[in-house]
Design a protein around this ligand. Structure first.
Ligand SMILES: Nc1nc2c(ncn2[C@@H]2O[C@H](COP(=O)(O)OP(=O)(O)OP(=O)(O)O)[C@@H](O)[C@H]2O)c(=O)[nH]1
Length: 243
């Protein structure tokens, strides 16, 4: 039997095997009478002719669309995984990695625009007492409450990150030292008027503010802000010190 590109003679066989062949090279199936003198009366022969170009094109478009949908889904999953990897699970604030990413993003922006960038290290005062008096679970709630108040009071461009325990960092985009100090005074007032629900507990913090100097890395900036926060603690807590 000779096979050419235009037609293919086949005896009857399972549909699945025809579909398989058809998937690889779409062909249209049409039956023709059994050849005269055929010794197998139940056998029919079929001529498969090529599908119209429009159907081939449609099939190709369908496969392309399916691949694009799959890629979009994988991109969504990747973005979700990255967001989880950069987030503190308890408070929803950024974690250190999230802070690092945000710092790099902001740095690129302020270098272009010439704007200032300030970083704050903030440590809740007497947090051990909150845990000891009200329990660890209330302590957790206090951390969540603090982040909520900070986020509500800050601009959407600013970042709240949890460095660990009851220590946080704030990245204040476009803020110089004085503006950052004023922002921190505002946050102190917000916490004063928004005590922890149910307990009525007022949280206070000690914080150090550092404005980024040229060529300063995140680690160096964090170091200066941390020392200022340490000074705030040792000066009596519930205060903000500029580096
Ligand atoms: N509930 C809760 N407590 C935490 C978490 N991480 C750290 N802590 C607690 O935070 C407390 C920190 O205590 P300290 O380092 O003595 O700090 P502090 O009591 O705030 O004292 P000062 O910093 O001097 O004001 C400890 O009791 C830790 O167990 C957390 O995720 N949840």
């Amino acid at each position: 039997m000779s096979h050419d590109r235009q037609s293919l003679q086949l005896t009857r066989r399972p549909a699945s095997s025809r579909l398989h062949r058809r998937h690889a090279a779409p062909l249209r199936l049409s039956t023709t009478p059994v050849a005269a003198g055929c010794a197998v009366p139940w056998a029919t022969t079929h001529t498969l002719s090529p599908l119209p170009q429009s159907m081939v094109r449609e099939a190709g478009m369908f496969e392309l669309l399916a691949a694009e949908m799959r890629i979009a889904e994988l991109e969504r999953q990747l973005a979700e995984t990255q967001a989880v990897a950069c987030t503190d699970p308890l408070t929803g604030a950024a974690n250190r990695r999230g802070l690092q990413n945000a710092f790099e993003r902001e740095l690129a922006r302020v270098v272009r625009s010439g704007e200032a960038l300030s970083l704050v290290v903030l440590d809740i005062d007497n947090f051990k007492r909150v845990n000891d008096t009200h329990g660890h679970s209330r302590g957790d709630q206090a951390l969540v409450h603090l982040v909520r108040v900070l986020r509500t009071a800050l601009r959407p461009v600013d970042l709240v990150a949890r460095l660990g325990g009851e220590e946080f960092a704030l990245l204040l985009s476009g803020a110089g030292r004085d503006e950052a100090l004023a922002t921190m005074a505002r946050l102190q007032r917000e916490l004063e008027v928004q005590p922890l629900p149910e307990l009525g507990l007022k949280l206070t913090f000690s914080a150090g503010v550092a404005m980024r100097q040229s060529d300063e890395s995140l680690e160096q900036l964090l170091g200066r802000a941390d020392m200022a926060a340490y000074a705030a603690k040792h000066a009596g807590k519930n205060r903000v010190v500029g580096a």
